[in-house]
Design a protein around this ligand. Sequence first.
Ligand code: ATP
Length: 135
Amino acid sequence: SERTLVLVKPDGVSRGLVGEVLSRIERKGLKLVALELRAVDRSVAEQHYAEHAERPFFGDLLDFITSGPVVAAVVEGERAVAAFRQLAGGTDPVEKATPGTIRGDFGLEVQYNLVHGSDSPESAEREIKIWFSEL
Ligand code: ATP
């Protein structure tokens, strides 16, 4: 099976949606193999979002992701990367995510889109090393 890195971003944690997100992961049949509530160092955020360094929203994105605790999880299962991205819905919670997805049900703004999920198995392994160096 496959692993993916999931984050409940600071907006999801502050809005009390951690249980909702973890519940959807579990009900889908995916397995939590690591789970931690933690503050985010700027350096961890920069490594995680390195591919967005040249984007105009990069500074705002780093400010946002370091603005409060996140829940980081390693999630495992058959096609875990695609399965979690299906649960999350598209990046823009209104224009892309559909009702029934995490973003479609709970989000309004593209920056405050509640969760992150790795976009490929290769990204997942890179991101898991950043967030869980012991795994
Ligand atoms: P994530 O990588 O967090 O799962 P994603 O893969 O759906 O999200 P990306 O295009 O990789 O989306 O963008 C990374 C994150 O940057 C988004 O989840 C969102 O929080 C933020 N973001 C993306 N586009 C914008 C934008 N136009 N303005 C502000 N923030 C944005």
